[in-house]
Design a protein around this ligand. Structure first.
Ligand code: ADP
Ligand code: ADP
Length: 228
């Protein structure tokens, strides 16, 4: 579904962030990218939504070279969840979640109904949390809103960059479990960046283990754990 063909990225200052990435992510598969800080995980992911352009090589989505897809159209097919979810502080949780459907031309009431469904899906009762403001939510709850919003346009692909990195370990485990049961129903094609090997093993159908600028191993959690 997403295919990297000999993809490299050298930043203008000469830093080689990744070199010769060559792998494929199947439709509905959740692949975790794990490795220490600075090894190229974020660069890899941001080339998928064209926030960063490869220096060489190409990335295909369903066989189509994404270099020839309009970035705005491309991003409509890609939900994006980051560590510090940016919510509009002066809008309610329901309206924050409804933003994407609303911007794509849905009527306000329909967009809000969809937002309520999405909040339900991520375990936030819309009748309780919908009318609150972001500052009235815990960090974990804000991350759930981030996931709900990324799912709003029903994109086939989700990019998640340390999505549970900013919350404490107990909440993190709950969010991981919740996301896995959500993923069992929505079956998105997911790339999830983490520096936490436990998270990578727990969440990944397969794991891409990064060394400096390249993938050292790309395999199932069992195979990665069993490796000598
Ligand atoms: P990770 O996500 O694994 O922490 P990154 O993809 O952010 O790694 O970074 C990979 C390498 O590229 C690092 O050496 C980082 O310092 C470098 N890098 C990232 N962004 C830039 C940039 N805009 N300009 C120059 N070097 C960068
Ligand atoms: P919002 O008001 O929620 O920030 P945007 O107009 O920024 O909405 O986002 C529209 C769509 O693009 C959403 O599906 C969102 O997940 C996605 N999106 C937003 N920013 C990015 C990004 N940097 N990379 C990929 N997708 C993005």
């Amino acid at each position: 579904m997403i295919r990297f063909e000999q993809v490299s990225k050298v930043y203008p200052d000469g830093t080689t962030a990744v070199d010769g990435l060559d792998f494929e992510v199947a439709e509905g598969e959740l692949v975790t990218l794990v490795g220490p800080s600075g090894c190229g995980k974020t660069t890899t992911m941001m080339m998928v939504n064209r926030l960063i352009e490869p220096t060489s090589g190409r990335i295909l989505m369903n066989g189509e070279d994404i270099a020839s897809v309009d970035p705005v159209k491309l991003r409509r097919r890609i939900g994006y969840v980051i560590q510090q979810v940016g919510l509009f502080p002066h809008r309610t949780i329901l309206d924050n979640t409804a933003t994407v459907p609303f911007l794509t031309g849905w009527k306000k009431e329909k967009a809000r109904a969809r937002a309520a469904e999405l909040l339900d899906l991520v375990g936030l009762d819309p009748s309780v949390y919908g009318s609150r403001y972001p500052e009235q939510l815990s960090g974990g709850q804000r991350q759930r809103v981030g996931v709900a919003r990324a799912l709003a346009a029903d994109p086939p692909v989700l990019l998640m960059d340390e999505p549970f990195g900013a919350v404490d370990p107990v909440v993190r485990e709950r969010l991981q479990d919740e996301f896995l049961s959500l993923q069992a129903t929505v079956r998105k094609t997911v790339l999830l960046v983490t520096h936490d090997i436990e998270e990578a093993v727990r969440m990944g159908d397969r794991i891409a283990v990064y060394g400096q600028g390249h993938i050292e191993q790309f395999d199932t959690p069992a195979a990665v754990l069993g490796a000598p």
